[in-house]
Design a protein around this ligand. Structure first.
Ligand code: UDP
Length: 139
């Protein structure tokens, strides 16, 4: 398996509920290495840009309100098969369909406020990492 980097976000609900340490602990215990990390508060416009692929969806306005409602934690995670590994740790978008023991199954109680974001493919991982981190901020 190739060593990959992926973009992970702890969404405003995860930060507000005090789940930052819990979520990062799960990543580290699964062998994903933290390569960059920061806390920031997106504007509505920045959230719209980040989620532009969803702009035609009916949940877009609500989602971007939510994503700009409070601070988030952004991270670059690295490891063998990191993109899929992170998605497995997160669980299904819909917490009701997420496998037991995943972050969303354990903590999310809403399809929108579902604790974490993770890139879903190598091209989106590169794009999303570049959205949040410049060269100086990466190890
Ligand atoms: N989302 C939502 N309603 C839906 C589907 C998605 O509010 O019916 C939100 C949810 O926060 C999700 C995000 O939009 O995490 C992005 O959706 P995507 O399908 O890309 O899911 P993800 O990659 O986050 O699992």
């Amino acid at each position: 398996m190739v060593v990959e980097q992926t973009l992970s976000l702890i969404k405003p609900d995860g930060v507000a509920r005090g789940l930052v340490g819990e979520v990062i602990g799960r990543f580290e215990r699964a062998g994903l290495k933290l390569k960059a990390m920061k806390m920031l508060h997106l504007t509505k416009q920045q959230a719209q840009k980040f989620y532009e692929v969803h702009q035609e969806k009916k949940f877009f306005d609500s989602l971007t309100d939510f994503m700009s409602s409070g601070p988030i934690v952004a991270m670059i995670l690295e490891g063998q098969g990191a993109i899929l590994k992170n998605r497995e740790l997160m669980g299904d978008t819909d917490y009701q369909k997420a496998a037991p023991g995943t972050i969303r199954a354990d903590f999310a109680r809403d399809i929108e406020a579902n604790i974490v974001h993770g890139s879903d493919a190598p091209d989106t991982a590169e794009k999303e990492i570049n959205f949040f981190f410049n060269e100086l901020e990466r190890i």
